[in-house]
Design a protein around this ligand. Structure first.
Ligand code: HEC
Length: 228
């Protein structure tokens, strides 16, 4: 634990040299059939990864914001990148380095997957915009024949596993495999936590899934949470 704290502080000291005082970029919402499947949307694609893996309490959340980095907002993430330039972006550097001291999340936490790193990289390359595709919230959300592997696990991986995986998962709940997810599905807590309906603790802790993703989880739970 002590080592983790030292590693964290060192890495924070390293990224603090970066430009932090950029003007906040207002959110642009895209909908009406105009979402681009090749574009990475900050709110849909990047924020869940940062919220789950970086904005934990004690690290880069709104309350602690180590060294001024609050990764629960666009402004916080934007302050640690140079739009369009991966090699000059501290955020990219700390999630790709193998150097133990700079590495993020710090040793002992679940590392980002290659897919998650790629999403963040694409977001930086595409200009680090503050945007959201709102399509999924409309009637276009497909919730039929939900598959655990193809539909549910990716939602959980991006939004939950920064806290709910590894050797000491939050609340003792490990959601990195089917049996862990099935257990909270069976108790009703999976749906109640993401629906944020007051019947379980609201999850993820600092944000809310899109209505489309909440409905997908509901459909899968209602179908008997199959391992398909
Ligand atoms: C930033 C960290 C974090 C993220 C992200 C997160 N959780 Fe949690 N979760 C926790 C903590 C901490 C607890 C334990 C709270 C407690 O017991 O006080 C918890 C508890 C829970 C519980 C038990 C709730 C209850 O009322 O007993 C469920 C179910 C859960 N999480 C599901 C999820 C799901 C599903 C996601 C993703 C959609 C998610 N969590 C994302 C930190 C997180």
């Amino acid at each position: 634990m002590k080592n983790n704290i030292i590693v964290l502080l060192t890495a924070m000291a390293l990224i603090s040299g970066c430009t932090k005082d950029k003007t906040p970029v207002p959110l642009t919402e895209i909908g009406g059939g105009n979402c681009d499947t090749n574009h990475i949307y900050f709110v849909n694609d990047v924020l869940p990864i940062l919220s789950s893996n970086c904005a934990k309490s004690g690290c880069h959340d709104a309350i602690t914001h180590e060294e001024g980095y609050n990764y629960s907002t666009h402004a916080g993430a934007y302050s640690s990148i140079h739009p369009g330039n991966l090699n000059d972006s501290k955020l990219y550097e700390v999630i790709t380095t193998n150097n133990g001291e700079d590495m993020m999340p710090p040793a002992g936490n679940t590392p980002l997957t290659n897919e998650q790193i790629d999403i963040i990289a694409q977001w930086i390359i595409q200009g680090g915009l503050n945007d959201e595709c709102t399509e999924g919230d409309s009637s276009t959300c497909n919730t039929s024949n939900m598959s655990f592997a193809n539909d549910i696990a990716p939602i959980i991986s991006s939004n939950c596993n920064g806290c709910h995986s590894g050797s000491s998962p939050s609340g003792g709940i490990n959601l990195s495999n089917y049996s862990g997810v099935a257990a909270v599905a069976a108790s009703g807590k999976l749906y109640n936590s993401v629906a944020q309906n007051g019947m379980a603790q609201s999850m993820p802790q600092t944000s809310k899934l899109s209505n489309c993703n909440i409905n997908k989880i509901k459909a899968w739970v209602d179908a008997g949470y199959p391992n398909n």
